[in-house]
Every structure is written in C-alpha cells, then in structure tokens.
Design a protein around this ligand. Sequence first.
Ligand SMILES: [Zn+2]
Length: 198
Amino acid sequence: MLAGSADMGDGAEEKQSIDLLLMKLACPNQLDDFIGKVVREGGLLEEVMRECVGILGGLSNDVDALLMGQSWDWMHSMAIRFQQEPACATRRCNDGALPRIGEALKEVNRVWKDRNQVVHATWNVCPSLLGGRCEVATSLQEDLGEDEYHVERSRRAKSKRIVEHRSVGELEELVIEFESVRHELIEALKDFDPRAFG
Ligand SMILES: [Zn+2]
C-alpha cells in the first residue's frame, strides 16, 4: 500500500514536469526571443544587400522597385556579378575595394545560409523529455541542456528529415556574426564609394 502511493507520487511529479516542459514554449521564452532576433538581423542584412547591388551596379533610386521583393540568392548573385565586373557607372569608384567586397559577400552569404537553417526548421522540446523517443538524445553522453532544443528540417517533404539538437547559445552567436558581417560589408562599400553614404 505504501509502495503503491510512493509510485503514484513519482508519476504525478513526472507528469507535472512534462506539463511544465510542454508549457515552456507557450510563454515568452529565450528561444523565441533569439529566433526573432535572427529574423530581424536577416531583414537588416537584406536591406544592406539591396543597397550593395544598387551601389555596385551604379543603379539609380528608380530601380528600387525592381530590387524590392527579390530573393536573397538573386540579390547576392547580382552583387557578385557587379563585384567581378563593375558596371560602367561605378568605374569612377575605388576598384581597390572590390576584393574586400568580394570577401564580405562570401561571409554574408555564409551567415545567410546559417539563418535559413534556423528559420526553415521546427524547434521543439526534445520528445525524449516528454516520454517519447529521440535518437539524438539517446546517442548523447550527457543530460540535455536547459537551452537545448530538438530541431528538424527537411529539404523536401518526402525526404528524410534531418534531426539535430541545437542551443539558444548558437543563436546568440549567430546574431553577433550577423552584426559583424553586416558591418564589414558596409565598411567595404564605403571604401568603394564614400559618396553613397553621404
Ligand atoms: Zn531530441
């Protein structure tokens, strides 16, 4: 009888902790804060990339409408093309800055790909903590961290899903990287054409 009530007590405790975990993402939380920051940083970087295409291509403000709503990949490939073959209108700019711009474009694209892996994925509490199964959790030597999440993404609906564990700390680092590559691209563009930043 005593043993029975002890079991019940454990079960209730376990259920309570599962309820808490299920609630974890229902309330304001760090994960959502940082995913929000990654999205916001992405928007800022897209803005700089649009500016970059405009500056390198020597495009006037009239073409802003053309650049609005273009995909990142399109803008990035335009920027690369203009970086490699500067447009007539930009011949009077500092060509010496073009290699630096080329490097900066490589870096912003790398960070953008990292952003996509964050944004185009589902972030959840690991099912292993909710009484379910997770191969990643099983393969881990240690307990799951407080800020560790179960992340799934797939390239196509029917393909095998990629599952990994990622932490909020990684998102914090990504936000810092965003700021530094954006800053470097802006500096390189200033070097190329200071007048564009008058
Ligand atoms: Zn997991």
